[in-house]
Design a protein around this ligand. Structure first.
Ligand code: BGC
Length: 831
């Protein structure tokens, strides 16, 4: 699918010319200088070697924008694009390529040349914290979008870093877990997007994952980084470690890990030079790693001059428009009994829910950035329908952690662990949260061993019980006007926050009076990190709404013509560093939805989650739209779809099970998920996603590929013709509705005479097509031998067994409308 041969050819030509120059340069570099290229200088860069004409290389996260080196809350602002699953739901490689092109421009605006994305791990379990960041449960959809993303970045001269290679499908113990995956499943499912990134898009960089793969850390895994990636697929770029994930000196260098990130180095430098002197690493191997680095620097133009490293905010109208378009195109209309589109509403609209006035635009973790702006659903609806038509009720809250206090926080640091002795330094923070809390550069203070007292103020706007919450990678205790309200000092235990270095939130309640100003103090002391160096804290406060909030929302719905409910999660739940514990909406949102539906049956539910969610009230809801985290234009994009200004054409990139217990990794065996004794076993093999529901004959709530529109489509003929070494499948699609629209034609292949266990059907191609009302268009999908093959691990090759294959074309995994048969001959395809 989607092979970009022109790009590959241009790449190869450049490679030949650049090769002599790189060898000459390598000859000139001392061992020490070569070693310098193999580790970061600081968190986001690799040092320059100016005397050799080598400029500094800078990287930035990735993948839904470019944050730059600043913080996710107060750094330079950046354009916030739809997250991975939202892009996955567009099923539109051309659009994804355009988005990646804009992210390339953003990367440059942050003085960086390398984007740490896309994230292409597969949706294995429904609770993966980073589900939102990845495209799909399906290897071929993921592969096609990966190729598009990498191409979009690299055609603008910015390196893609396809991550995380490989077997990082959950955040549980992610830095140490062993992912046990059989080779066939790896080849057919988990490695597939990476393979496409290398072979079809020529990716310049790959990031190894933290976890072990079949017993060996990915960063030390020679089979993965050298045998498969380089020798079989022909990768000629750089493999960099995930942050602090390099783990060792000789084993990573020998396995094929080129670059240790971040810097300053922990595992290389002097240690690597010693390893060479002791014979644990050969000078040739160091040279090979340095060669890969120089190749990347050459591709980025960093051997030809010094780029502009200035970081700036570039809020471009073209990016705004593209984000709005892509955000809307990823939204999936899950259910519609005819209430939508809401083109010209006549009566009052009740806008209800915790996500109505707060724009949920991205997930949590390293992909977070400080957006140029966020359009909330409320604002989007005001822009579309006018404020006079709208009324608002919060209904309930859905935060995971008490909201932070947006006031200056004064911090006094102590060199001791118990806040004794003189104050070593005082600094001011902008709010009550800090992820990477390292008092660098303060004399006499060790960034891993210190205590601190943080002081801020809080003035409640309402009287009543308030709930304060603290979670921290470090001990903490919180006082309000001197009274101890939250204590996580002696009882601190590592939990699911701050990349598994922080405790779960602990809360405490206190009665406060509106208008009075209270002094809030957090005492903090570091604890030894398990894996990542990451002292961090967060404290916040809210006033619990209780039942009254739901009753008020239901009353508003009852007196309105229509209600629109905005429920779901946020980046606090859908986040790197911790998996979800279930897929119910955070409480008490189901109760809110039920109350509003009972009060007014004309209720539209807009969901924002980073993956599947259970919907116990679905039968009563006339319309449900899944909007994911669509980037900074969230509210406008949602209003575009609700009003019908945009035809919904998003399709689910991941199956939504009826119940959590139906999902592919639900099992009584904890080893299958979440893992046991440091091991997670992918025992379901290739039967993940829709393949699982097919095999187990389980009816999902919404199947893979599902999504409705405001118009309707029909499939006519399906015909097959030879095309090169493969076949072209032409599918005639007619827009049978009254308005122009887009749909996705999906082509599934079934091996009718399979000699090994194979899925009932496998997606092998798709095409997004537009048609005017009444128009018939042809979707052409190309298939080659690999699309009929399975991986034979014993023979070490892809194998097609002679016989009949059924091709089914349709609009989802369960809405298959036309069938054709083809005969294939027996084939062995080398890896
Ligand atoms: C993440 C990577 C990210 C890196 C740098 C890690 O925690 O797993 O995806 O690129 O941090 O922020």
């Amino acid at each position: 699918m989607n092979k970009n041969n022109t790009l590959l050819r241009a790449e190869k030509d450049m490679g030949v010319m650049g090769q002599d120059r790189i060898e000459t340069l390598l000859d000139r570099l001392t061992l020490e200088e070569q070693v310098m290229l193999l580790a970061g200088e600081d968190f986001w860069s690799v040092a320059a070697l100016p005397e050799h004409g080598i400029a500094k290389m800078r990287v930035t996260d990735g993948p839904n924008g470019a944050r730059g080196s600043g913080s996710a809350t107060h750094g330079n602002t950046s354009a916030a694009f739809p997250v991975g699953i939202a892009l996955g739901a567009t099923w539109n490689p051309a659009l994804v390529q355009e988005v990646a092109g804009a992210i390339a421009e953003e990367t440059k605006s942050k003085g960086a040349q390398v984007c740490l994305g896309p994230t292409v791990n597969i949706h294995r379990c429904v609770t993966n914290g980073r589900n939102f960041e990845c495209f799909s449960e399906d290897p071929e959809l993921s592969a096609a979008l990966t190729v598009a993303f990498v191409t979009g970045l690299q055609e603008r001269g910015v390196a893609a870093t396809v991550k995380h290679f490989a077997g990082n499908e959950s955040e549980i113990e992610r830095t140490t877990i062993n992912s046990e995956i059989d080779e066939r499943s790896l080849r057919e499912v988990y490695l597939r997007p990476f393979e496409a990134a290398v072979k079809e898009a020529g990716t310049w960089a790959i990031m190894s994952s933290y976890n072990k793969l079949n017993g060996t850390y990915a960063a030390e895994n020679k089979w993965l980084l050298t045998d498969v990636l380089r020798d079989e697929w022909g990768f000629d770029g750089v493999v960099m470690s995930d942050w602090f994930g390099s783990r060792s000196t000789a084993p990573t260098v020998n396995a094929g890990l080129d670059l240790e990130m971040p810097g300053p180095t922990r595992d290389r430098g002097e240690k690597l030079i010693a390893a060479v002197n002791e014979g644990a690493v050969s000078a040739e191997t160091v040279r090979a790693r340095a060669r890969a680095m120089l190749g990347l620097l050459d591709r980025l133009g960093l051997l030809d001059g010094v780029p502009d490293y200035t970081e700036r905010s570039d809020d471009k109208p073209a990016h705004r428009a593209l984000i709005r378009k892509a955000g809307a195109e990823g939204m999936v209309l899950l259910k519609n009994d005819g209430l939508l589109p809401l083109a010209e509403p006549q009566g009052k609209i009740a806008v209800i829910g915790p996500n109505a006035k707060v724009a949920q635009i991205m997930g949590g973790g390293s992909s977070q950035l400080n957006p140029h702006y966020r359009v909330s659903p409320w604002e989007g609806l005001v822009n579309r329908y006018g404020a006079e038509r709208l009324a608002y009720a919060l209904g309930c809250q859905n935060h995971r952690w008490e909201p932070i206090i947006e006031e200056e926080v004064m911090v006094d640091f102590y060199a001791t662990m118990d806040l004794s002795g003189p104050v070593a330094a005082s600094v001011a923070l902008e709010s009550s949260v800090d992820f990477l809390y390292q008092p660098n550069g303060i004399d006499g203070l060790d960034g891993q061993n210190f205590s601190a007292r943080m002081r801020t103020q809080f003035t409640p706007t309402e009287s009543g019980v308030h709930s304060f919450g603290v979670h921290s990678a470090g001990r903490g205790r919180l006082f309000v006007n001197g009274e101890l309200v939250v204590d996580v000092w002696d009882n601190w235990v590592r939990g699911r926050t701050f990349f598994e270095e922080g405790c779960d939130e602990v809360t405490g309640q206190i009665d406060l009076t509106a208008g009075e100003t209270y002094e809030v103090v957090l005492e903090f002391a570091t604890v030894k990190a398990a894996n990542l160096i990451n002292p961090a804290f967060r404290f916040g406060v809210s006033r619990p709404l209780g039942e009254a909030g739901i009753a008020e929302a239901a009353a508003l719905a009852a007196e309105s013509e229509t209600a629109i409910l905005f429920v779901g999660r946020s980046g606090e739940w859908d986040t790197e560093g911790s998996d979800l514990e279930h897929i119910s909406l955070p409480e008490p949102q189901d109760a809110l939805v039920e109350a509003v539906l009972a009060a007014n049956p004309r209720t539209i539910v807009v969901l924002q989650t980073g993956g599947p969610v259970e919907l116990p009230w679905l039968a009563d809801a006339p319309a449900v739209l899944q909007a994911w985290y669509p980037g900074q234009e969230a509210g406008n994009a949602i209003a575009d779809v609700l009003s019908g200004a945009v035809e919904p054409s998003g399709r689910l990139p991941q199956t939504f099970p009826l119940l959590f217990a139906d999902n592919p990794t639900a099992s009584d065996d904890p080893e299958i998920y979440p893992g046991e004794n440091g091991n997670v076993k992918y025992a379901e093999g290739i039967f993940i996603g829709y393949r699982h529901y097919d095999a187990k004959k389980k009816e999902p709530m919404f199947c893979f590929g599902h999504g409705l529109g405001y118009t309707s489509f029909e499939i006519g003929s399906i015909s097959i013709r030879p095309e090169g070494a493969g076949i072209a499948v032409d599918v005639a699609v007619t827009n049978t509705g009254a308005r122009e629209g887009q749909t996705v034609v999906q082509l599934y292949v079934s091996d009718e005479a399979a000699t090994v266990a194979r899925p009932e059907k496998e997606l092998k191609g798709f095409a997004k097509v537009s048609a005017a009302a009444g128009e018939t268009v042809t979707a052409t999908i190309m298939l080659d031998d690999r699309d009929f093959a399975f991986f034979d691990a014993a023979e070490g090759c892809w194998r097609v067994d002679a016989g009949k294959f059924t091709l089914r074309a349709g609009f989802s995994a369960e809405d298959l409308r036309a069938t054709a048969m083809v005969e294939r001959e027996s084939r062995r395809i080398l890896v």
